[in-house]
Ligand binder design. Structure first.
Ligand code: MTE
Ligand code: MO
Length: 335
C-alpha cells in the first residue's frame, strides 16, 4: 500500500542546514499543492503538514479484517483494484487533489467514534465505534461508483442497510428527509483548516436524501471494503454508499444522521446549485454545465489514465431498483 510519501532521510534535521530544511519543505508542500502564490508558510495548516512530514515514520492506518456475507453477484463485475480504490479519492477534508486523502489521512483517529441518529424519531440512538460493526450482520455489496467528474469504479463495499438503522430509531410522520454530517475536526482534517487545501468548500460536509431514497434497500452504510475496515481516505469508520447517485452524495466519516421535515441544504448544491442538484441521480441525458455526462472513464486494472470509456447508464444502471421513486418527476429540472 503506497502511503509513505517521504523517506525519513529526506527531512533529517541533523544532517542538513536550516535553510535546506526550509527549501525541502517548501518544494514538498508546493508539490503537494499546499503552496500557491501568496500562501505563506506560517499558515497554520501548512505548518501542520510540515510537522506531519517531519515525523520519522508516517503512521500507517491499520485496517482490520471483517466477517461478512459475500455478494453472490460479485464475480459478474470487474472490480477496480484495491490499490486504486484507496489511492484515487475525493475527500476534500484531507485535500482536494486525488492523491492527497491517502497521503494526509493516515493518522486519522477513528476510535473512539460516535454516530448519533436523531431528529424526527421516537428512539434516538448513539452508536460507539464497536457498535458500528456489531449492530447488524455485515454483508458485501459490489457496486458501481460514478463520480460527477465522469470517472467510475467498481467497489466491493461491506456494510448494512441504512433502512435497518433508521427503522431502529422509529421515524415519526414528520420525517421526510435525512441529513448526514461528516466529522468537523480541523485539528485532524487539514482541508478544514486551510481553505485552499480543502477546495474552498464549507465544512462540515453535509449531504441529504429523501426518506424513500434513504429507505431503499440499495442505500448502504459502509464500514469496509475489500474484506477489511475502511481506510480513512474512503471514509472510515462509516460512510454512505448511494450507488445510483453521483459520488458526492456518498458522504464519508459520518458523525450525525438526522431525520428532518424539510429538504436540507447540502454542501455541493449550496456551493454551485446549477452544477450539483440535490437529487444528483446519475443521468447521461443531463449534462453538467461544464462537461458531458454521457460517458465515463472506468478505472480498472489499466493505468489510472488509460482510455477506458464506457457509456453512462441512467441511475448508474440501477434503474430497476430505483426509477419508480422518481415517476412523474422531470429529471432535467430535479437533477
Ligand atoms: N465528507 C466527504 N465525503 C465525500 C467527499 C468529500 O470530499 N468529503 N467526496 C465525495 C465524492 S465527490 C466522491 S466521488 C466520493 C468518493 O469516494 P471514494 O474516495 O471512496 O471513492 O466520496 C464522496 N464523499
Ligand atoms: Mo465525486
Amino acid at each position: 500500500m503506497l502511503i509513505k510519501t517521504l523517506k525519513s532521510s529526506d527531512l533529517k534535521e541533523s544532517d542538513i542546514t536550516p535553510e535546506n530544511v526550509y527549501m525541502n519543505r517548501r518544494e514538498l508542500l508546493k508539490g503537494m499543492g499546499f503552496l500557491g502564490a501568496g500562501v505563506l508558510l506560517t499558515n497554520s495548516a501548512s505548518a501542520k503538514a510540515i510537522d506531519w512530514f517531519n515525523k520519522d515514520e508516517v503512521a500507517q492506518f491499520k485496517t482490520t479484517p471483517l466477517k461478512y456475507k459475500t455478494d453472490a453477484n460479485a464475480d459478474k463485475l470487474i472490480l477496480t483494484p484495491e490499490h486504486k480504490v484507496i489511492s484515487h479519492n475525493n475527500f476534500y477534508e484531507f485535500g482536494a487533489q486525488k492523491h492527497q486523502p491517502a497521503e494526509l489521512s493516515q493518522g486519522f483517529k477513528v476510535n473512539p467514534w460516535q454516530l448519533t441518529i436523531g431528529g424526527e424519531c421516537d428512539k434516538p440512538l448513539t452508536l460507539d465505534y464497536d457498535d458500528l460493526f456489531k449492530i447488524f450482520p455485515l454483508r458485501e455489496e459490489v457496486r458501481r461508483e460514478r463520480c460527477v467528474e465522469a470517472w467510475s469504479m467498481v467497489v466491493p463495499w461491506i456494510g448494512f442497510s441504512l433502512a435497518d438503522l433508521l427503522k431502529k430509531v422509529s421515524p415519526n410522520s414528520s420525517a421526510k428527509y435525512v441529513v448526514f454530517e461528516t466529522l468537523h475536526d480541523p485539528e485532524q482534517m487539514p482541508g478544514q483548516a486551510d481553505r485552499r487545501l480543502g477546495g474552498g468548500i464549507a465544512y462540515p460536509y453535509v449531504e441529504g436524501l429523501r426518506i424513500d431514497e434513504a429507505m431503499n434497500p440499495l442505500t448502504l452504510m459502509s464500514v469496509g471494503l475489500y474484506g477489511k475496515t475502511l481506510p480513512p481516505q474512503n471514509g472510515a469508520p462509516i460512510r454512505l454508499v448511494v450507488p445510483w447517485k453521483y459520488g458526492f452524495k456518498s458522504i464519508k466519516s459520518i458523525v450525525s444522521i438526522k431525520l428532518v421535515s424539510e429538504q436540507p441544504q447540502t454542501t455541493w448544491h449550496k456551493l454551485a446549485p446549477r452544477e450539483y442538484g440535490f437529487y444528483a441521480n446519475v443521468n447521461p441525458n443531463h449534462d453538467h454545465p461544464r462537461w458531458s455526462q454521457a460517458s465515463e472513464r472506468r478505472i480498472t486494472s489499466g493505468g489510472l489514465f488509460s482510455r477506458n470509456r464506457i457509456e453512462t447508464l441512467p441511475f448508474n444502471g440501477y434503474g430497476e431498483e430505483v426509477a419508480d421513486m422518481y415517476k412523474g418527476m422531470n429529471l432535467n429540472k430535479y437533477y
